[in-house]
Design a binder for this molecule. Structure first.
Ligand code: ADP
Length: 475
């Protein structure tokens, strides 16, 4: 199952705890309020009944409550009963049909149908020594009703509050995590372009928002600067060393040549000098490859484009490679399937080097008497070439790495003259032309290396360099 993003998880967590806290606070508040409302209703009833005795007068031997006694003040209905508990005066609320016994000074809660009531009685001695009872009645249901309106209102507001909390929480989290997106984007771009000069460069918001994410971005930027410097120094070192090695290797080669002129050399001495000369030539080749790549890394390898008949050039390179293959007497045949008359704006030297690397690899890694096919075609916009062999092939594990410098898939099969730099150069040359290169291979069946380049030399977006295994799946 796909993991939820941090944004969603934080929002859910935040909303859950917000709602939990709000729900708990409301529950406590409502429970306390409900108790408080009932206590205050009881207190009002008690107070009203006690005050009411002031409103009862005796006139001409008759009990005469004044008009206030009949008014329903603070929702309390008052009535007077004689000693025998007969109703004398007052008002009974509508719907109160029960006739409970008098109970002096006791607060009672009485259910009558759907309604509940508080009933409170007190005895009172009149000025003519008669004893009467005053009863107060007030509705519990009415008091609770006003409270339940508030509860219902809160229950309607609660989902709205949940939604608002979610939306605000999500927007807030998204805003907070925006710099993380920026950091991820920059790191992805650095990986895609291998461009260590990029920086995250978070805007600190005039120094106010120097939070943890800002510090993380700053640390990243610092680390990138250090990495860039290390790589720069490494490239410089490779370039300097290659440069410095060129002269001694040239001297060795020149001295080997001079020594071989000597007619007095024995056969053994001659073969030893020839071995030194061969190894020095391999070293010289490797140094020139290293120099090429370190110049490319430092951006000091400009393309000198010119319009070239690439069909003719490709055919010539194939022919030359055939001559070199014939010298090795392994019976490898190079066949050409080249569309005629393709002209393209390319750097001729780099194009030759690219094709030599591909064809010489195909010849080298092919078996005895095998065939290498060199193809070239164009649709007017792009030229597409390929070098196919039916040689040893490359395993699926090695295939993604063959473009890396000094990577040799099977070191036991390639001689020391094969340093693992050739395909790195091929890739660089194709991409420098705004093109691409890919490899398809199956062990024991052979390999096909294909490249594409824009004919006009416009710097189009490059297609990714991709590899396919024997099942034709892109790796
Ligand atoms: P190398 O100088 O070792 O040939 P490359 O960079 O040209 O270096 O090639 C890298 C590795 O890719 C080689 O060591 C070899 O294992 C593999 N490779 C390249 N071309 C072929 C091919 N046509 N057939 C089989 N393996 C190849």
């Amino acid at each position: 199952m796909k993991r939820l993003s941090i944004k969603i998880r934080l929002t859910l967590l935040y909303s859950f705890f917000m709602l939990l806290a709000t729900g708990a606070a409301l529950a406590i508040l409502f429970s306390l309020s409900s108790r408080e409302i009932l206590a205050s209703t009881q207190a009002q009833l008690e107070q009203r009944v006690q005050e009411s005795v002031e409103e009862i007068r005796i006139r001409d031997g008759q009990i005469r409550p004044d008009s206030d006694f009949y008014s329903v003040t603070r929702d309390v209905y008052l009535s007077i009963y004689d000693e025998n508990m007969y109703f004398l005066y007052g008002r009974i609320p509508h719907g109160f049909t029960a006739q409970p016994e008098i109970s002096d000074g006791e607060m009672r809660r009485i259910r009558d149908g759907n309604q509940e009531w508080y009933v409170y009685d007190i005895s009172f001695r009149l000025s003519d020594d008669r004893n009467v009872y005053v009863r107060g009645i007030t509705s519990v249901t009415d008091a609770e009703e006003s409270f339940s309106v508030t509860v219902r209102f809160a229950l309607i507001l609660f989902p709205a509050l949940a939604l608002a909390t979610g939306i605000i929480g999500y927007r807030f989290t998204r805003r907070t995590l925006l710099p993380v997106k920026q950091i991820t984007g920059t790191v992805q771009k650095i990986r895609a372009d291998a461009d260590l000069s990029r920086r995250i460069g978070l805007d600190p918001g005039r120094g106010k928002n120097r939070d943890e994410i800002y510090s993380l971005a700053e640390t990243f930027d610092g680390m990138l600067s250090e990495l860039e410097e290390v790589f720069r120094r490494e490239k410089q070192f490779t370039s300097d060393v290659s440069h410095e090695l060129r002269t001694p290797v040239s001297v060795i080669l020149a001295q080997c040549g001079a020594c071989l002129e000597d007619k007095t050399l024995t056969e053994e001495q001659r073969s030893q000098i020839l071995l030194i000369q061969r190894k020095a030539k391999e070293m010289s080749e490797m140094i020139s490859h290293l120099l090429f790549l370190s110049r490319a890394d430092q951006g000091r390898q400009p393309l000198n484009r010119e319009w070239v008949d690439v069909s003719e050039l490709t055919g010539m390179i194939a022919e030359e490679q055939q001559i070199l293959a014939d010298e090795k007497q392994n019976g490898v045949r190079i066949r050409c399937r080249i569309q005629e008359g393709i002209t393209a704006s390319v750097d001729e030297t780099f194009y030759i080097r690219m094709l030599i690397n591909l064809i010489s690899n195909a010849v080298y890694y092919s078996g005895q008497d095998s065939t290498v096919i060199v193809s070239l075609e164009s649709d007017g916009e792009w030229l597409t070439g390929s070098v196919a062999d039916n040689g040893i092939g490359i395993s699926a594990e090695d295939l993604p790495h063959i473009w890396e410098r000094f990577y040799r898939a099977d070191t036991s099969r390639s001689s020391s003259s094969h340093s693992g730099l050739g395909l790195s150069m091929v890739k660089w040359i194709a991409e420098a032309h705004g093109g691409w290169v890919k490899a398809e291979s199956a062990p024991g069946e052979g390999s096909v290396f294909t490249f594409g380049m824009p004919v006009t030399g416009s710097n189009r977006a490059q297609e990714p360099c991709e590899q396919k295994n024997e099942k034709n799946e892109i790796l």
